[in-house]
Design a protein around this ligand. Sequence first.
Ligand SMILES: *Cc1c(COP(=O)(O)O)cnc(C)c1O
Length: 408
Amino acid sequence: MNTRRKFLKDTAFATLGIGLSHHLSLAQTFNPSGTNLVSQTANPWIELSANAYLKNVQLISKMAQNKPIMAVLKNNAYGLGDVQVAQILDQSAHIAGFALVKDERCLALRGNGVSKPILLMGDFNEDLGMDLVNNAIALSAFSLESSNKIKKLASESNKEVLVELYVDTGLGRMGMPYSKGIGWIKELVATPNVKITGLFSTLTTPEDFARTQIQRFSNIIGQLKDNGILPSRLHMAPSLSLLDLPESHFNTVRPGILLHGTYPLSKMDQAKNVPLQPTYRLKATVIRMEKLRKGDTIGFSRFYKVEADEWIATLPIGWADGYYSGAENGAKVLINDTLYKVVNVNASHCNLSIGPEKSVVVGDTATLIGPDRPEITPEGFGKLAGGHNYLQIQYKESIPKFVHDEFL
Ligand SMILES: *Cc1c(COP(=O)(O)O)cnc(C)c1O
């Protein structure tokens, strides 16, 4: 099997969570001949910088007075590869563990050698219950039903079931409503084979209400203390509160988007103050270059009208791959040190205006998102595209991920 095919196969397996080496998949491992295999692909790809991730979590922990981090890798680590990102962060002393919302993805992390604690913040399929216990995945008790499911599992298991208590302090979506008191927790604690490893909640964004939630959370901790119950891990702060609200840090913080060097919505300007680095590059190869004439149009809806003869490049990435369609409102793409404007995005392709000179050729590599220029960082892109920077939440799992020690 040639190296390129082997890499794609491994990547596909990692995505499915089928057991594989847990070593960092360094790009050069798959490129022994030194040829640029990546840029030959007709499909877009993502490059991750292990170094950028490790530096970011060091800074994030520092922002939280050196508290450890439960790294939220839900939704395939916001489209960037949950297994790949977990394998990188598994090496960091600042990472307490990983939090995901799908049972199968928790197992995929373990199956790929991730050794730190893993928390399932969502429900689990009963068929997978024993697998989760055997892989030391902490389950969330977030309702009476889920609590009963956990008790049943504990009665059938000969191993301890790790459990974190998920309390709803006001999100209204997940967790046991705090108004229900702690009776359900006492019952869980008294269940043989159940080991409570944490207590957590989810904050909302309005600061005054977040403060109310913090009080409710503290109140529950107080009641548990009075009953001699002391879950070791206490956490409720996502990225926004991590930056904004030190009272919400408790003994562990729980960011998602910050890990990738991207700032939560209203904090997009913090990029200037807190030097996190974007951890990834989204890339694609130019597959078509044609000169369009004045009056020509691009797209099914004839969205873009050519005002004067110009070269138009086509990239094989569109909104079905998770590239934000609003990019056609003015986002830029970097090719050979020059920024070009995105003029149309459809399901599978996007087009760039290159100008009157043919300064780009088929086979050139384009960087759509990356740390290289302010215009193409997630924040810069968000601003130009008239959107926000949680957009990478959508990158499709099928986009291959290449892990590098650091960006070249
Ligand atoms: C998504 C999520 C987070 C992380 O949110 P960010 O804004 O990406 O930091 C934390 N906790 C829960 C329960 C989440 O669903």
